[in-house]
Write a protein that binds this ligand. Sequence first.
Ligand SMILES: Nc1ncnc2c1ncn2[C@@H]1O[C@H](COP(=O)(O)OP(=O)(O)OP(=O)(O)O)[C@@H](O)[C@H]1O
Ligand SMILES: [Mg+2]
Length: 386
Amino acid sequence: MAEKILIVDDDVDSLKLIGLMLQRQGYEVVVANTGQQALARAGAERPDLIILDIMMPDMDGYEVCRRLRNESATQAIPIIMFTAKTMVDDKVAGFEAGADDYLTKPTHPAELASRVKAVLARSAAQRRGKNDRAFAMGLIGTKGGIGTTTLAVNVATATAQQEPTILADFRPGQGTIGLALGFGRSTGMPNLLSRPTNEITSRAVEHELVTHSSGLRLLLSSSRPKESLMNVSPDSAALIVQHLRSLCRHVMLDLGPGINKVTARLLQDLDQVTLTVEPTRLALALARDLLLDLEQVGFAQARVNVVLINRTQSSLSVPWQEAEHILNHEMTAIISPAPELAFQATEAGMPIVLFQPSAIVADQFNKLAEEMNSRVQAIARGTLTT
Ligand SMILES: Nc1ncnc2c1ncn2[C@@H]1O[C@H](COP(=O)(O)OP(=O)(O)OP(=O)(O)O)[C@@H](O)[C@H]1O
Ligand SMILES: [Mg+2]
């Protein structure tokens, strides 16, 4: 489909000339010869670009530009100011009013064409960038030691086989991902968290990432107790996540058990949360409270996955149907006990999904990753009500 350009000029000859030039280049052209008409056409036609004259009798181009920028329907439409004015101050005023580029009359057709093309390409790239924002998901345990990190590592590894994925360990002092995947005491996360915010740049964040042989990229905390003494600023943590999102398609965060002040801040920016629970009445009671807390900070049920992890086979475990009933929430997945496999995979520094892909739990992790990723995409598209 041809891109639509709205040309605004009170001089009819100028309108015809530019209109003809752009039509020859294959663009669809609509015109307006007053400021008022320009605003009406821009709203009704939703052009891909507006070429705007400055000197018009009813309303000058700066004012038209400002008004377009103030309306949500038109604020993102790129604008090229087109005028006989050549003073530097006029250009400054144009940019201040919100113009993307500036052309002075008379303009050579080739220059007009190349400016139009460049501005349209830039705005298309920006739109793509917005739609391509990485998905961010946090994993929270209802209590410690129930398999949250194992789940995070396996789901992230499964996702990394499809699309670029980063797993970040937000547990300085209690980080176990590095040890479980053969990176020892890697400390990328505390290195970043100890910096002033102006030094937490995208480059700095990328510099601290390590890459597992599976392709999964990691931002790690270590298990050194001194890291737990760090005074972590929630805003620094949020800034790190923001940069991680610019570096890949899926960002997953191991947030550990419960909600602390850093988790609470990060929740504000996450698309989805996965809550892990074990089949005991105690854990289920904690999970119910956590679900209520999540709802209070704006996490409606549809954005929360609950995963039931069975680490041992026991007749005393609460059956999953009853667990669903207690939580009033459907389980997104149920993970089977695999104590030996979990142990062996950790010894080998490998996620279970790669260590033994044919295992039942590997299959459960892979399916869960698929389910989570299709849900998060539905949330981002707005097709899953939240
Ligand atoms: N499905 C499973 N079956 C059996 N054991 C498992 C399973 N998943 C994880 N484990 C084991 O449970 C233990 C705790 O796992 P993990 O470290 O992932 O839990 P966590 O909730 O992240 O703990 P922490 O609170 O220390 O961060 C580990 O020894 C792990 O190998
Ligand atoms: Mg853990």
